[in-house]
Design a protein around this ligand. Structure first.
Ligand code: 6PG
Length: 265
């Protein structure tokens, strides 16, 4: 199925309530995926924003998430060792993966410490090809069930930075990014837009007044999106859901606030 943009906006009082809502949604989707296909393929986001969500999944949903049937991947990684304080894997492992009964073989870490980064990207792409899910009834080869993403103040998502060459990559699912456009300024690995678009759903989690300007710019962007705001180019097989706190939604015009299921909560 052609990826599309069906955008749903959910606005919450703060990051804590947005994280609670997204955690409940994610667990519900996990159960549905396992019931329908025996697996739930989840892609984790890096950065600081998802940490309360990961903590919730580890504490409140430890026993209700189908961890043994969950496959975890990463949307991007900094090219540092997995124990480095800048590693997204380290953050996710501390906040979530080391605290839940997920078999280690189901945690697919990006080997971003390998050199050169292009070889590391190719290795991860091979691992993803092994994961390509069975064609579902409609014949699509949706690979992931749910991808979590954040955005930077410059509109980047994963490690897809404004106007970067990675935005034009159509035939690879993982690429190396030599120069990050935001700290930490280290080379990165990132899923490409086609890889993200292979997911049944994409969920953005965004909070804080420092993101208000870019959230508004993304929602105001032309429907096809713009390479100046990579998050506006994100598509999925199903909904692109935004879980946003009021501070980050502050600059949205009133009309955008009514989109999707998003009454102000
Ligand atoms: C990364 C992330 C990146 C992140 C945004 C938002 O490796 O940094 O994948 O895309 O989601 O930069 O980061 P914060 O949540 O820390 O604001």
């Amino acid at each position: 199925m052609e990826p599309r943009l069906v955008r749903q906006l959910h606005i919450y009082r703060n990051l804590s309530s947005a994280s609670r809502a997204l955690a409940g949604h994610l667990v519900q989707e996990a159960r549905r995926a396992v019931q329908a296909r025996g697996r739930f393929r989840l892609v984790l986001a890096g950065g600081r924003t998802p940490q309360p969500l990961y903590d919730l999944l580890a504490r409140r949903y430890r026993d209700s998430m189908p961890w043994p049937q969950t496959e975890v991947y990463f949307g991007d990684e900094r090219c540092v060792p997995p124990r480095d304080r800048e590693s997204n894997y380290r953050m996710a492992n501390q906040a979530l993966l080391s605290r839940v009964p997920i078999p280690r073989r189901r945690v697919h870490r990006m080997p971003a410490e390998l050199h050169p980064p292009a070889a590391a990207a190719a290795a991860y792409a091979r691992e993803l090809r092994g994961a390509a899910g069975p064609a579902d009834a409609s014949g699509t080869r949706a690979v992931f069930d749910l991808i979590l993403l954040g955005i930077g103040e410059d509109g980047h998502t994963a490690s897809l930075f404004p106007h970067s060459r990675a935005l034009g990559v159509q035939r690879s699912w993982v690429v190396a990014v030599p120069r990050a456009g935001q700290p930490p300024y280290v080379p990165r690995l990132t899923l490409t837009l086609p890889a993200i678009a292979s997911s049944r759903e994409v969920c953005f989690l965004v909070a804080g007044e420092d993101k208000a300007k870019v959230v508004s710019a993304i929602f105001d962007a032309a429907p096809r999106g713009t390479p100046a705001l990579p998050a506006s180019l994100v598509r999925a097989q199903g909904p692109v859901s935004w879980f946003v706190d009021r501070a980050a939604a502050a600059d949205l015009p009133g009309s955008s606030r009514g989109q999707g299921l998003g009454p102000r909560r």
